[in-house]
Design a binder for this molecule. Structure first.
Ligand code: FES
Length: 69
């Protein structure tokens, strides 16, 4: 995402903090179990942590803006 010029929110970059929490709208990603820090509700509603998700296809995701402050 950063290589594409986006500025997604991030902190831990390892799947634990949830700052990058984004909704997967379209496409498929691989999330290694060892770094999947999502809550069950996130999984149920299609949220991913892009910092530790690997696209398996073209994807469309809804990324929240970087918090200000
Ligand atoms: S930056 Fe912490 S979970 Fe993605």
């Amino acid at each position: 995402m950063e290589d594409a010029g986006l500025n997604p929110p991030s902190d831990c970059r390892s799947g634990r903090c949830g700052w990058c929490h984004s909704q997967l709208i379209k496409g498929e990603v691989y999330i290694p179990e060892s770094v999947d820090g999502r809550r069950q509700a996130d999984k149920d509603f299609g949220y991913i942590h892009p910092c530790c998700s690997f696209p398996l296809s073209d994807v469309e995701i809804d990324v929240p803006p970087m918090p200000v402050g």
